[in-house]
Design a protein around this ligand. Structure first.
Ligand code: ADP
Ligand code: MG
Length: 214
């Protein structure tokens, strides 16, 4: 099996940035319903800054790459999503360590560490109507697929499907974290913007891993 090296991970990050730019207006529209209409702009600003950083060259090790992404997001995005996504990538990098590539279980452990970092930072629980509601099922699905002997590419596609289902399941929820929680019951009937961007994160991971990792 070909390993998941820094080029594959940089391709993921680049695909995520391109998809965020493409879906920027939609993400902002979602945030205009239950937030302050800046989620698309926040994510696009952050991922554009990441793109500029990485244009100088892909770092040699997985931890260096992911930590660069995380630190750039933390420092360039003012909204809640910057520190949360930033922490996700930083914790992924710390879990991965100074290696040149990951195998499936190592990627699974890094994704789990990223999710745990978001929880440590934002204290979200299942059903709070946040990015957690897309990310937790995605990471669980990735683990379950690997445990069932799926390829890394198939596991990533299963994770992307679980993230999309988790995003859709935020529609009827009443927000209990973040700005949307200020709306109380009026937050129901809208998708959570952060769950929507997280579904994009896992969709682009599946695209980047398709065919390149066993
Ligand atoms: P802000 O809310 O500061 O304007 P964004 O609009 O960029 O930041 O991001 C909003 C998204 O952040 C929400 O849709 C939600 O998914 C996520 N979010 C907010 N607070 C939390 C939290 N405590 N834990 C997890 N995710 C959160
Ligand atoms: Mg916002």
């Amino acid at each position: 099996m070909a390993g998941i090296d820094t080029a594959v991970l940089a391709d993921w990050v680049s695909r995520f940035g391109a998809a965020v730019a493409e879906k920027r207006d939609w993400l902002t529209e979602l945030d205009s319903a239950i937030g302050d209409a800046d989620h698309g702009a926040n994510m696009d600003r952050g991922m554009s800054a990441v793109g500029e950083k990485l244009a100088a060259g892909t770092p040699a090790t997985v931890d260096e790459l992911l930590k660069t992404v995380g630190m750039t997001l933390v420092s360039s995005v003012g909204g809640a999503s910057g520190p949360l996504y930033g922490t996700f990538f930083l914790r992924m990098g710390m879990a991965a360590g100074a290696v040149s590539e990951l195998d499936g279980p190592a990627l699974a452990a890094a994704l789990r560490a990223g999710l745990d970092g978001i929880v440590a930072r934002g204290k979200a629980e299942a059903g709070d109507k946040t990015m957690f509601d897309a990310m937790a099922p995605a990471v669980d699905a990735f683990d379950a697929a690997l445990a069932a002997d799926s390829s890394v590419a198939d596991a990533a596609r299963a994770a992307a499907e679980a993230a999309a289902a988790g995003r859709d399941a935020t529609l009827p929820l009443v927000a209990r974290k973040g700005r949307a929680s200020y709306l109380g019951e009026r937050s129901a009937g809208h998708l959570d913007p952060g769950a929507a961007s997280t579904a994009i994160l896992f969709d682009t991971l599946a695209d980047a891993l398709a065919g390149s990792a066993g």
